[in-house]
Design a binder for this molecule. Structure first.
Ligand code: HEC
Ligand code: HEC
Ligand code: HEC
Length: 196
């Protein structure tokens, strides 16, 4: 082989491996940020950019429009919209919110502070690349905060530990958390369908 061709091949393969390598680092970082901010364990694999886009947070309206607001499914959207979690972002304007913020040394608007949003909206603290255009932070803590992060592909049933990543006293005092009791308060089961 001519030396010139060898050099060109060498350069090309170096560029190629650099691209692959940075891609790997990025996907690992994303995974780390995600796990850190949500406390949810993502499934063990590397995530390509394609997958990141595929598992965007889409927001609660989208879940409703796709299938979670009909009788057969159990009107989860209506139940959640009238439940406490849909208020989680809105309450950050209250007097109490500013008091909590002050006690936690958070200056500025709680609705714009990472320290509060991490538990008061879905995907709090993640950058915009994680959100589809249908996502609205005003919806507060929504389906995807409990059921699916951007990287969890199949239906996910939350357990106590998934609630405790928010229901804890790390920033301000919250009520004692009992999983059965609190789950019952936000119950939105799929109706058991009779066999024909
Ligand atoms: C670690 C998660 C977490 C963080 C971070 C967090 N909160 Fe909360 N917050 C909760 C939970 C859970 C509740 C539900 C209330 C309960 O169980 O007592 C709540 C409730 C509230 C309420 C209404 C509760 C009441 O007592 O009426 C306000 C106001 C509030 N948070 C403000 C803030 C502000 C301001 C910040 C940022 C400084 C913040 N929160 C950060 C988890 C968190
Ligand atoms: C605060 C956390 C939380 C939010 C928000 C939430 N869920 Fe759930 N969801 C749960 C828990 C806990 C269960 C019960 C899991 C179990 O039975 O093991 C559940 C159960 C379900 C079930 C029943 C699963 C089955 O097979 O019986 C469906 C369907 C569901 N949720 C859909 C939704 C939809 C749609 C939204 C948004 C409109 C939503 N959930 C919002 C925590 C949540
Ligand atoms: C992303 C953070 C987050 C997760 C995850 C989460 N919550 Fe909450 N939860 C909140 C916040 C914030 C509030 C306060 C909302 C408000 O007062 O408007 C709240 C309020 C509640 C309330 C009403 C207040 C109370 O304590 O009675 C119940 C019940 C509740 N959550 C149950 C659950 C259950 C059960 C799970 C797990 C299946 C869960 N939450 C997961 C953030 C979260």
């Amino acid at each position: 082989m001519k030396t010139r061709i060898k050099i060109v091949l060498f350069i090309l393969s170096t560029i190629f491996s650099m691209v692959i390598f940075t891609g790997l680092i990025q996907s690992n970082q994303t995974k780390e940020i995600y796990e850190k901010s949500t406390g949810l364990q993502s499934v063990e694999k590397n995530f390509s950019l394609q997958e990141k886009v595929k598992y965007h947070y889409v927001g609660m309206e989208k879940c409703a429009s796709v299938c979670h607001n009909n009788e057969e499914m159990g009107f989860q959207y209506n139940l959640m919209k009238n439940g406490p979690h849909s208020n989680a972002f809105k309450i950050l304007v209250s007097e109490k919110a500013y008091r909590y913020a002050k006690n936690a040394n958070v200056t500025g608007n709680p609705q714009e502070s990472f320290e509060c949003l991490i538990c008061h909206i879905t995907g709090g603290g993640l950058d915009s690349s994680f959100f589809a255009s249908t996502y609205r932070k005003e919806e507060g803590v929504t389906c995807e905060a409990c059921h699916k992060g951007p990287f969890i592909t199949k239906a996910f049933r939350p357990k106590a530990e998934d609630c405790l990543k928010c229901h804890n006293n790390s920033v301000h005092r919250v009520h004692r958390f009992n999983f059965e009791e609190k789950s019952a308060k936000i119950a939105h089961p799929r109706p058991v369908t009779k066999k024909v």
